[in-house]
Write a protein that binds this ligand. Structure first.
Ligand code: ADP
Length: 352
């Protein structure tokens, strides 16, 4: 039995449909991340699980029971929002215990749970402070603490780190990951940031325009994307997507050609070839070689990102390590393993 199950879930605002029939099973203890560009329906889907949005069609079940008509407070879920939504006049301890006190939990039990959550989140020295006396990261930890004390069946996170600066976001990401390991509770997490999705998730759900594009473990989506959208969305820097043509057995692309290993012939005509910038760092086995003119090199220290032009004027980004790195304006040859080249048809679906 799945912890959370969505069957044929749809959402419409008036005549505008924003979720077009989503089927998804989330197992107990899983960390599932909904990722996709702004407006694709991630928050709406999460809010339907929470009970904060009506479900237009389909069923949401928790532990095997349909909850479409169950009010949010009775679902046993805890939500953490981007805006921390703390009570400004209450202390940290007061904010964390408020929900429990409202539901009649004894003072002893409330104090025990607040102390436990404060220890997990290293909030003990801050328990007497008011939210205005806390940093953004500390406020978000209080919001998470308030969710922990409720001992929910699942945590629902809606872009919880978006208000934090880059450094703090990375630190909090690690904390949330640790929290999941420690508690083992089911977590559903919404973000538009594919790095957050890759680093946190057991499984990622990639959404586009109210539909699931692909569901899989982070490495599955990275290595084996079903289509150009997922290929381009997952991975940083982005996968290069080059326009080429196929004659059925070989592919001509950006001034070069190669014959991929095929189980069935390619369709004759336009194709897109996908190669990740990092695949140019370890040219091994049979290679695809490009002649490039380097536009700009970004030196990141450990690696450099060279933004290049192919002989037919397409953009190609190449990552380099070691001592030999390209310079601005240089003409270079760059090779990637043929086995890494993904091929997509003109509908954007993966062929190989
Ligand atoms: P995401 O979280 O992926 O950025 P949302 O779930 O917030 O996307 O929104 C999905 C779509 O639903 C968007 O196109 C948004 O404009 C639309 N939408 C969200 N809330 C409403 C609403 N109350 N009325 C009409 N349209 C809405």
């Amino acid at each position: 039995m799945s912890a959370i199950e969505l069957s044929g879930v749809q959402k419409a605002y008036g005549v505008t449909k924003v979720i077009h029939g989503v089927d998804l099973s989330i197992e107990k203890g899983e960390f599932v991340v909904f990722v996709g560009p702004s407006g694709c329906g991630k928050s709406t889907l999460l809010r339907m699980i929470a009970g904060l949005e009506d479900i237009t069609e389909g069923v949401v079940s928790l532990d095997g029971t349909a909850v479409n008509d169950l009010e949010p407070a009775r679902r046993g879920l805890a939500m953490v929002f981007q805006s921390y939504a703390l009570y400004p006049h209450m202390t940290v301890a007061g904010n964390m215990s408020f929900g429990l006190r409202m539901t009649g939990t004894s003072k002893a039990e409330t104090d025990r749970r607040v102390a436990e959550a404060a220890a997990i989140l290293q909030l003990e020295p801050l328990l007497k402070r008011k939210p205005s006396q806390l940093s953004g990261g500390q406020r978000q930890r209080v919001a998470i603490g308030r969710a922990i004390v409720r001992q929910p069946k699942a945590f629902l996170f809606d872009e919880p780190l978006s208000n934090l600066d880059a450094e703090l976001r990375v630190a909090m990401r690690v904390e949330i990951s640790k929290l999941h390991q420690q508690l083992g509770t089911t977590m559903v997490y919404v973000t538009h940031d594919q790095v957050e999705a890759m680093t946190l998730a057991d499984r990622i759900v990639v959404l586009r325009a109210g539909r699931i594009e692909q569901v899989g473990r982070p490495t599955e989506l990275y290595e084996d994307p079903d289509n150009i959208f997922v290929a381009g969305f997952i991975g940083s820097p982005r996968m290069n997507l080059l326009t080429g043509t196929s004659d059925g057995t070989s592919v001509s692309v950006a001034g070069t050609s190669f014959s991929p290993k095929l189980t069935s012939p390619l369709p004759i005509g336009p194709v897109t070839v996908g190669l990740r910038p990092e695949h140019f760092m370890q040219p091994q086995g049979e290679l695809v070689q490009f002649s490039l003119l380097v536009d700009v090199v970004e030196n990141l220290g450990a690696s450099s990102i060279a933004h290049c032009k192919t002989t037919d004027g397409q953009e190609l980004v190449v990552e380099q390590r070691g001592s030999e790195r390209a310079a601005n304006g240089q003409a270079v040859q760059a090779s990637a393993p043929l086995a890494q080249a993904l091929i997509f048809n003109d509908q954007g679906n993966r062929l190989r």
